[in-house]
Design a protein around this ligand. Structure first.
Ligand code: GDP
Ligand code: IMO
Ligand code: MG
Length: 426
């Protein structure tokens, strides 16, 4: 059995896409299990850059089977835009399959996402406005439309009923404009026809792949601190981006997963609102943003930047049951005289080492830092741990010691070749 989960250890954008693509070389299957096209996973191959949102990051290998699992929410418009974009660039899209149980994002989800953010005013979450939250709301409320429903005969009636109800909400509660039911039905009937060849009971495919000894990579989107249970609620997404999410979102049980690889940046970033203890508002923060090109893959927003928060990543290691870590974007830290790691938080003169649940507490936590001497060398060509400057080695070792999980991958640039493996994943 060889099944590895790849999860974001922080607030998303840790470089999951790069590592999934890198490991997909050896994988038979790559499976998404939660989230939707709120994700933006960047893969760089040679001089080509791909931004993947809904389509699994194994798509750039001809032989890999790419599954969009039952726990994902699918915007058909976004899905086909991505398919068309990849086809135009000569990428093989024949090995992509969508779960019949996945839920479908509708135009009213997008509209309600937009309007509810507007209504929240100062308390807005800063969502990607892709309709993710409202779609998961319907799923849990039991009024969602699954892919299997979309391609079944009753879809027109089901949609008419839902749109009539959502229009009341949109108009009377949110003060928006009602949506045109006929236009939506016409569009979605076209999507239904076009989506049919992609639809499968993907849970069976994944299960059989694992049972027959195939290598399966489970591709997490977002990050642990955006998990609806474990994240900085309510400034989170509406799914479970942790390893446990795959026991629900992909069709296999938790006992079928044997490696849980957390992807962590060598510093911290966050897009959207919510607490961020190590956030830097000074030149150092700006410098990290510029050197790391820290602008969102999905929305283009500038990412908030700060030092590595080991309290958060240690928490993340625990709630995911991480067996290994990939430390990403280490090259971005070259050139700083001093690099800091937050090892605990100080709250009202008390030292906290467990990530707190209260946003009020988090907002008042001050980072307690340990300083490491920086390095000036360019490390983007380093091929082994030993080739890294001694201070970079010390930094990696220090993080490994504090989070207490082996670092098996060190990334020193966006390309496949800029990846140092220090351990076996699968
Ligand atoms: P994801 O959402 O976790 O897949 O991450 P994103 O793709 O949103 O953001 C990560 C960004 O960092 C992308 O632009 C990657 O190309 C880039 N990247 C990944 N690894 C490295 C690295 O080791 N060094 C540098 N400089 N960039 C990296
Ligand atoms: P990847 O997979 C970073 C954030 C949004 C917002 C919150 C809720 O690329 O790491 P949503 O639209 O999901 O309701 O927004 O979650 N968010 C992400 N931040 N990376 C992502 O995905 C994200 N997906 C959602 O910015 O704060
Ligand atoms: Mg991203």
């Amino acid at each position: 059995m060889s099944t590895a989960v790849i999860v974001g250890a922080q607030w998303g954008d840790e470089g999951k896409g790069k590592i999934i693509d890198y490991l997909a070389k050896k994988a038979d299957f790559v499976v998404r299990g939660q989230g939707g096209n709120n994700a933006g996973h960047t893969v760089v191959v040679g001089n080509e850059k791909y931004a993947l949102h809904l389509i699994p990051s194994g798509v750039l290998y001809d032989d890999t089977i790419n599954i969009i699992g039952n726990g994902v929410v699918i915007d058909p418009k976004g899905f086909f835009e991505e398919i068309d974009g990849l086809k135009e660039r000569g990428v093989n899209t024949d090995q992509i399959f969508i779960s019949d149980r996945a839920h479908v994002i509708m135009p009213y989800h997008l509209e309600i996402d937009r309007l509810s953010e507007e209504m929240r005013g100062e308390k807005k979450i800063g969502t990607t406005k892709k309709g993710i939250g409202p779609c998961y709301m319907d799923k849990v409320e039991r009024t969602g439309i699954r892919v299997i429903d979309l391609i079944s005969d009753g879809i027109e009636e089901a949609l008419r009923e839902r749109i009539a109800f959502k229009n009341i909400l949109i108009e009377k509660i949110y003060g928006g404009n009602p949506l045109d039911a006929d236009a939506i039905i016409s569009d979605y009937k076209k999507y239904a026809e076009r989506i049919k060849p992609y639809v499968k009971d993907t849970g069976v495919m994944v299960y059989e792949a694992v049972q027959s000894g195939k290598k399966v990579l489970l591709e997490g989107a977002q990050g642990t601190l955006l998990d609806v249970d474990y994240g900085t609620y309510p400034y989170v997404t509406s799914s479970h981006p942790i390893s446990g999410g795959f026991a629900i979102g992909s069709g296999i049980g938790p006992n079928m997963i044997n490696e849980i690889l957390g992807i962590a940046k060598a510093y911290t970033t966050r897009v959207g609102k919510g607490p961020f203890v190590t956030e830097l508002f000074d030149d150092t923060g700006d410098s990290i943003r510029e050197k790391g090109h820290e602008y969102g893959t999905t929305t283009g927003r500038a990412r908030r930047c700060g030092w590595f928060d080991a309290v958060a990543v240690r928490y993340s290691a625990r709630v995911n049951g991480m067996t290994s870590v990939a430390l990403m974007l280490l090259d971005v830290l070259s050139g700083f005289d001093e690099i800091k790691i937050c090892t605990s938080y100080k709250y009202n003169n008390e030292i906290i080492t467990d990530f707190p649940s209260s946003l009020d507490v988090l907002a008042k936590c001050e980072p307690v830092y340990e300083s490491i001497e920086g390095w000036s060398e360019d490390i983007t060509q380093a091929k082994s741990f030993e080739e890294l400057p001694i201070n970079a080695q010390k930094y990696v070792k220090k993080i490994e010691e504090i989070i207490d999980v082996p670092i098996k991958i060190i990334s020193v640039g966006p390309k496949r070749s800029q990846t140092i493996m220090t351990g076996e994943i699968f």
